[in-house]
Design a protein around this ligand. Structure first.
Ligand code: GDP
Ligand code: IMO
Ligand code: MG
Length: 424
């Protein structure tokens, strides 16, 4: 079978965790292929709410195995806390979770480097989640990193010491940056010890055998396309490939084995951290979206920046990812508006375009809007798309026309059950 992919089309937090959880019963395996504890994927069901950072969002379902692929970066401290919380509520994590030997480890000194680098950047900071993501991927591409497989080797500690020595040397160059590495190392080593009890495999072999045997796999993206290291709003991006291509490198799945690509977007748009955001609303409308949508980060608690939906941006993301179907999230949040705005084009220095431009950071981009009527009614108790208000159906049809991809899911609330399938 082929590997289906589910990923975010905006700047993250589109609702990936919720939809992976909804779709998990259709799959045998759920696999994360990039990112790390910078992610915060929220799942709600049976009046309970969980936020996952490193663990794939299939973990709550029986008969499904979850793989943390080679493209992921793991902080053993965050991981241990996350797993212990799941075990405490009765999730048999050990039976459902598999690690790739080739996934890289986030060291305490990577976190320090992230903080030091952000502090040194001052007002130009990326607004990173301070989880050590950038420095860890830098060590991966710099060929210095430590991997999960290394924890099973006798020379692990000496490899760790060598890398830390290098980091401490770099940290000394950040004037005034104080740190106490020793107090961070104890919990980290406990995390490493904890990880040793889990199944650790050559995941590229494992996953290809799974595919060959006819089992189904859903690859779960983290972050979003506009945070992709190559195609996002650089330099205000994360340090991994968040796009469909990242599935191939982050799991060892060949491109010919990619099946459906499910792209997720909010019915509006948000971003957390620094960087350009063409449709951002700095007025009371943006504040209303933030309050209605409870737009505060799942990982850091920071307020998310809010704006209207951006078609040039979404078209770009659909093109890069080869999206075959769409899920539109948080339709219920727009119920408070009489009129909803859709950015169809940009005015870039007098040129009207629907192409996402290169130098988005350095020039003024004026969104051109089309206004459409809102639905002005509560959607959260809807159980069938057939009963959805006409204005919502018109909004969905218009987006399908503009984006040229079918919207197969419309989400009307955070709970697993608040999910409408539009096509039969
Ligand atoms: P992810 O990182 O893409 O998994 O998304 P997050 O979990 O960071 O953020 C999405 C937030 O929206 C979470 O708090 C979800 O519980 C919530 N959510 C998801 N879908 C819906 C929806 O359709 N309506 C509402 N009101 N909330 C939703
Ligand atoms: P999920 O998977 C939203 C943002 C940070 C910052 C930039 C770089 O929950 O959608 P990093 O810590 O990766 O070096 O930060 O990327 N960012 C996210 N924004 N959702 C996420 O993940 C994010 N992960 C990173 O805010 O702007
Ligand atoms: Mg999130």
């Amino acid at each position: 079978m082929k590997v289906d992919v589910l990923l975010g089309l905006q700047w993250g937090d589109e609702g990936k965790g919720k939809i992976v959880d909804v779709l998990t019963p259709e799959y045998d395996y759920i696999a994360r292929f990039q990112g790390g504890p910078n992610a915060g994927h929220t799942l709600e069901f049976d009046q309970k709410k969980f936020v996952l950072h490193t663990i794939p969002s299939g973990i709550f379902r029986d008969n499904v195995l979850n793989i943390i692929g080679n493209g992921v970066v793991i902080d053993p401290v965050v991981l241990k806390i996350e797993i212990e919380k799941l075990i405490a509520v009765g999730v048999p994590v050990k039976d459902r979770l598999i690690f790739s030997k080739k996934a890289h480890l986030i060291l305490p000194s990577h976190r320090l480097l992230d903080a030091a680098s952000e502090t040194a950047k001052g007002k130009n900071k990326i607004g990173s989640t301070l989880k050590g993501i950038g420095p860890t991927y830098m060590d991966k591409t710099g060929r210095n990193g430590l991997r999960v497989g290394d924890i099973l080797e006798p020379d692990f500690k000496s490899k760790y010491d060598t890398l830390v020595e290098k980091h401490v040397g770099i940290l000394k160059h950040f004037e005034g940056f104080e740190f106490n590495l020793a107090e961070l190392e104890g919990p980290w080593m406990e995390g490493i010890e904890f990880m040793r009890q889990f199944t650790i495999v050559d995941s590229e072999h494992y996953i290809n055998k799974v595919i060959k045997s006819g089992k189904s796999v859903l690859a779960e993206g983290a972050q979003g396309t506009m945070l992709d290291i190559d195609f996002g709003t650089y330099p205000f991006v994360t340090s991994s490939n968040t796009i469909t291509a990242g599935t191939c490198t982050g799991l060892g799945v060949p491109p010919t084995k990619i099946g459906k690509v499910i792209g997720i977007f909010k019915a509006y748009c948000t971003r957390v951290g620094s960087g350009p955001f063409p449709t951002e609303l700095l007025d009371e409308v943006g504040e209303k979206i933030r309050q209605e949508g409870r737009e505060f980060g799942s990982t850091t608690g920071r307020p998310r920046r809010c704006g209207w939906i951006d078609i040039p941006q979404l078209k770009y993301a659909i093109m890069i990812n080869g999206v075959s179907e769409l899920s539109m999230m948080k339709a219920d949040i727009l119920s408070v508006f009489d009129t909803i705005r859709i950015c169809t084009h940009y005015n870039v220095n007098g040129n009207i375009t629907d192409e996402f431009p290169f130098s988005i950071c350095n020039q003024s981009i004026e969104p051109i809007y089309k206004d459409v009527p809102g639905w002005n009614c509560d959607l959260t108790a809807l159980h069938s798309y057939d009963n959805a208000p006409m204005e919502l159906k018109q909004y969905v049809s218009l987006l399908e026309e503009l984006l040229e991809v079918p919207i197969t899911i419309v989400s009307v609330g955070p709970d697993r059950s608040q999910t409408l399938k539009t096509k039969h």
